[in-house]
Design a binder for this molecule. Structure first.
Ligand code: SF4
Ligand code: SF4
Length: 311
């Protein structure tokens, strides 16, 4: 179950990459910048900016819905004509994600997020980009959601990528059984590995799962000779106190030469508007950390001999 395939990505590992985003994650980070990645099933998504209004398309989505789940919503101003347009609203409690309305929505304001792919279908998309990968030192990244939650598919894709000599990266929360992670080791050149908080109770309260399996798997990957690019989302009022960050830096330093770099990712609020594409429930929004704060954190990590960067 894939929700996006992004070619020419430069954020998901070394060089130019194609990133395959798998749908479904066992964590529930409130700051998630891809909330559409969290559930394991296909979901109806609605992008208000694309909606041309019911007058132009003759309320085709409302007429198409067999569950009466689409109703008139807010009005808005069309940025091109300056005219008022009538938007729609999806009653999420009635919607079963059947996708009938999307067939009638020509501007693709309504669309289903989440598609099943075979390994060969993915390979057909990445093979044409081999020369870009070769020139830039890039390859293919499997991301999510949590790719380890679909281990059968992830493993089959990693094996095929390696059989065709592609560089591979696995972007993971690290939350899985060790035997699951271990299976990926021979086929994964680099793990992009999130560390969110060193206190397990705080970790569980905020994202829904404890951190012990995540920290243990990182240690085991390092001991087994795997390479880790550690990623730390810096989230105000959650993990940005210097005591927690010092413990995180100590942990990364203990992993030794397995750590190729530490990426410090300042919180941003992109996920807030994306969340509204799939849900009416509001999510908490924070103020992004200042540049000075990020520099202070970077210096802390560098003080532990870690190659840190702000992204
Ligand atoms: S996905 Fe199906 S149930 Fe949901 S709003 Fe569209 S047509 Fe109605
Ligand atoms: S969601 Fe699509 S079909 Fe429905 S009013 Fe907007 S543009 Fe028209």
């Amino acid at each position: 179950m894939v929700y996006d395939i992004q070619p020419f990505s430069v954020q998901d590992g070394p060089g130019i990459r194609t990133t395959v985003f798998l749908k479904g994650c066992p964590l529930r980070c409130p700051w998630c910048h891809s909330p559409e990645s969290q559930e394991f099933f296909p979901q109806l998504s609605w992008i208000s900016m694309r909606c041309v209004g019911t007058k132009i398309c003759e309320s085709s989505c409302i007429k198409a819905c067999p569950k009466n789940a689409v109703e008139l919503g807010e009005t808005s101003i069309d940025s091109r004509s300056g005219e008022s347009i009538q938007l729609v609203h999806v009653k999420r409690d009635l919607c079963d994600n059947c996708g009938e309305c999307t067939k009638e929505c020509y501007p693709h304001a309504l669309f289903i997020c989440g598609t099943s792919y075979t390994v060969e279908e993915i390979m057909k998309k990445v093979r044409p980009d081999r020369s870009f990968f070769a020139r830039s030192g890039g390859g293919v990244t499997i991301s999510g959601g949590e790719a380890l939650s679909q281990i059968e598919f992830t493993l089959a894709l990693l094996k095929q990528l390696k059989a065709e000599e592609f560089n591979t990266a696995l972007d993971t929360t690290g939350f899985a059984a060790w035997k699951t992670v271990e299976m990926t080791l021979p086929y994964t050149d680099l793990y992009l590995y999130d560390i969110k908080h060193m206190d397990s109770e705080r970790h569980k309260q905020t994202v829904g799962v404890p951190n012990e399996p995540i920290l243990d798997n990182a240690r085991n990957i390092a001991a087994a000779g795997g390479k880790l690019q550690i990623r730390i989302p810096v989230i105000p009022l959650f993990n940005d106190d210097m005591e927690n960050l010092k413990r995180t830096a100590e942990f990364c330093a203990e992993l030794g030469s397995a750590v190729t770099s530490v990426q410090l990712l300042p919180y941003h609020n992109l996920g807030v508007s994306k969340h509204l594409r799939i849900s009416d429930t509001p999510v908490a929004e924070a103020t992004p950390p200042s540049e000075a704060k990020m520099e202070e954190i970077k210096e802390l990590f560098e003080g532990f001999g870690l190659p840190a960067m702000i992204h």
